[in-house]
Design a protein around this ligand. Structure first.
Ligand code: ATP
Ligand code: MG
Length: 228
């Protein structure tokens, strides 16, 4: 589904965030992307979503070179990817319901589908009682869950979650991991960036570790740290 061939990303300020990344992620996989702050994890996912372009190398999504897509194809790419952003990126003037509904509206969903589907996903993330509230009136963890609801509402083929449990209490985090497991079993490929050691250790999924822009470990059923 996703292939990185010799991908290097140098930001305009000269920071080399990724250094010759080669990676193959297959459809249906559940992958944890770990590594210290500044290792390049968010940058790697931004290249898949075409928020950034590689400086060298290629990123392929279902065989297509993401950097070479025409601008009119980009919305279609992004619609198939559910993205949970590290900084939430909610629309401040819109309610919880409207934030999630917006992701459906842009795909041309009918108002009937929106009225049915939005409460369904808000329930999945435990926010059914907050539908009418504005993001500013929610806790950090609640805002994070709005971002998760928005990312999954379109049944994406790929879900990229950048530290989705960063603001959640342990119980809510485990609830979220159960939800991700269900979504993954239903066929969605998942890339989850996390610093949550206990979650990675318990889930026994593929772990890709980045350090200073390089892959230093790629292990099936691995833990948060190298076992040695
Ligand atoms: N837009 C940008 N412009 C310039 N440098 C950037 C930009 N975004 C990230 N960087 C730099 O690129 C490197 C990798 O950043 P990135 O955000 O990918 O790290 P990360 O692994 O996601 O870290 P964290 O765990 O803190 O989120 C860092 O040195 C960072 O300062
Ligand atoms: Mg990051």
């Amino acid at each position: 589904m996703i292939r990185f061939y010799g991908v290097t990303k140098v930001y305009p300020n000269g920071v080399k965030a990724l250094d010759n990344i080669n990676l193959h992620i297959k459809k249906g996989e559940f992958l944890f992307l770990v590594g210290p702050s500044g290792a390049g994890k968010s940058t790697l996912t931004r290249l898949i979503f075409r928020e950034e372009l590689p400086t060298r190398g290629q990123v392929l999504f279902n065989g297509r070179n993401v950097a070479r897509m025409r601008s009119r194809e980009v919305p279609y790419l992004r619609r198939r990817i559910g993205m949970v952003f590290q900084d939430f990126r909610l629309l401040p003037q819109k309610t919880v319901f409207e934030n999630v509904a917006f992701a459906l509206e842009v795909t041309g969903a009918s108002s009937r589908d929106i009225k049915r589907r939005v409460p369904e996903v808000l329930k999945l993330v435990g926010l059914e009682d907050k539908a009418g509230m504005l993001p500013a009136h929610l806790s950090g963890g609640e805002q994070q869950r709005v971002g998760i609801a928005r990312a999954i509402v379109n049944n994406p083929v790929l879900l990229i979650a950048d530290e989705p449990t960063g603001n959640l209490d342990p119980e809510t985090s485990w609830g979220l991991m159960e939800l991700f497991q269900q979504i993954n079993k239903a066929g969605t490929t998942i890339i989850m960036i996390t610093h949550a050691r206990e979650i990675v250790d318990a889930m026994k999924k593929r772990v890709v570790a980045l350090e200073s822009g390089r892959i230093v470990r790629d292990e099936e059923g691995g833990g948060y740290s190298r076992e040695d």
